[in-house]
Design a protein around this ligand. Structure first.
Ligand SMILES: Nc1ncnc2c1ncn2[C@@H]1O[C@H](COP(=O)(O)OP(=O)(O)OP(=O)(O)O)[C@@H](O)[C@H]1O
Ligand SMILES: [Mg+2]
Length: 255
């Protein structure tokens, strides 16, 4: 079965990419869909958030990208049924230079995941538009862009959109932006509200209806190696990520 592959990307750091990846993937796994998270960030935050270690030497996303291991040999079952992980390796940091002279270095991930058996794949991208993000976008059908509800929220998003267009033109005509998700919304802050209004008036229905509120349970969960849904199911953070996952599926059905 050919999985639907999502990149969760924004070159701006700390906007909620990893949190969105881990929690949307968990919500879909809870629906008994076979889901794989690929941690493509040298920081390995998705790996650690799922209670796993970033181990050098592999097998991990680095050794898969460089052809040393197959995806099938490298994925780990997480503690969550139906959810698997391809963990990050710290060596990802040097990949740009290592593959600089290799032919078509943008296609490594696409080739590596060609024949895997999953319903959904979520790729947690690093906060940069380098070779790793290029590999993610070339291997993906959809992009989800988390945008933080704060000053300069859209900084970098225009660049990301240009990169997506370039990837679409040159390598992957099927690539589509699935949606923009506003994160860390603070209902008491006028700034948060005006950022959401501005982003909505600019990007219209590309922005998901679900807005992820700032919620203390979300940063607590990774230190327990759990998605927020398992750490505190009733929290507003968990509930809104479940809603977001539902909205993502709904958009897919409407296509
Ligand atoms: N809705 C939220 N409420 C409160 N804290 C949040 C929320 N979403 C994310 N955070 C916290 O904000 C920090 C950044 O989030 P996250 O790691 O998901 O961003 P990122 O875009 O993946 O960062 P990076 O660019 O470094 O990979 C983390 O400590 C996370 O726990
Ligand atoms: Mg991250």
């Amino acid at each position: 079965m050919c999985p639907l592959v999502f990149s969760v990307s924004n070159q701006k750091g700390g906007v909620g990419k990893t949190t969105t990846t881990v929690n949307v993937a968990t919500a879909l796994a809870a629906l008994e869909k076979k889901v794989l998270i690929i941690d493509l960030d040298p920081q390995g935050n998705a790996t650690v958030s799922l209670g796993r270690q970033r181990v050098s030497g592999g097998p991990n996303s680095y050794t898969v990208l460089t052809g040393r291991h197959t995806v099938a040999d490298s994925i780990q079952q997480t503690d969550i049924p139906y959810l698997s992980l391809l963990p990050a390796g710290p060596e990802l940091l040097g990949l740009d230079m290592e593959l600089a002279d290799v032919e078509k270095p943008q296609f490594f991930l696409k080739k590596a995941i060609e024949s895997i058996d999953f319903d959904y794949v979520f790729i947690d991208c690093p906060p940069a538009v380098g070779l790793l993000t290029m590999n993610a976008l070339v291997a993906s059908n959809r992009v989800i862009i988390p945008v933080q509800c704060e000053y300069l929220a859209l900084e970098g998003v225009a660049d990301l959109m240009k990169t997506i267009e370039r990837v679409k033109r040159n390598f992957n005509p099927d690539l589509m932006i699935q949606g923009i998700v506003m994160t860390m919304f603070d209902g008491r802050s006028n700034l948060s509200k005006s950022v959401v209004n501005d982003v909505r008036s600019f990007f219209k229905e590309l922005v998901f209806e679900t807005v992820i509120p700032r919620n203390v349970r979300i940063p607590e969960a990774p230190s327990h190696g759990k998605p927020v849904m398992l750490y505190d199911f009733r929290s507003v953070g968990a509930q809104n990520y479940i809603r977001l996952a539902g909205e993502i599926l709904k958009r897919e059905k409407e296509k």
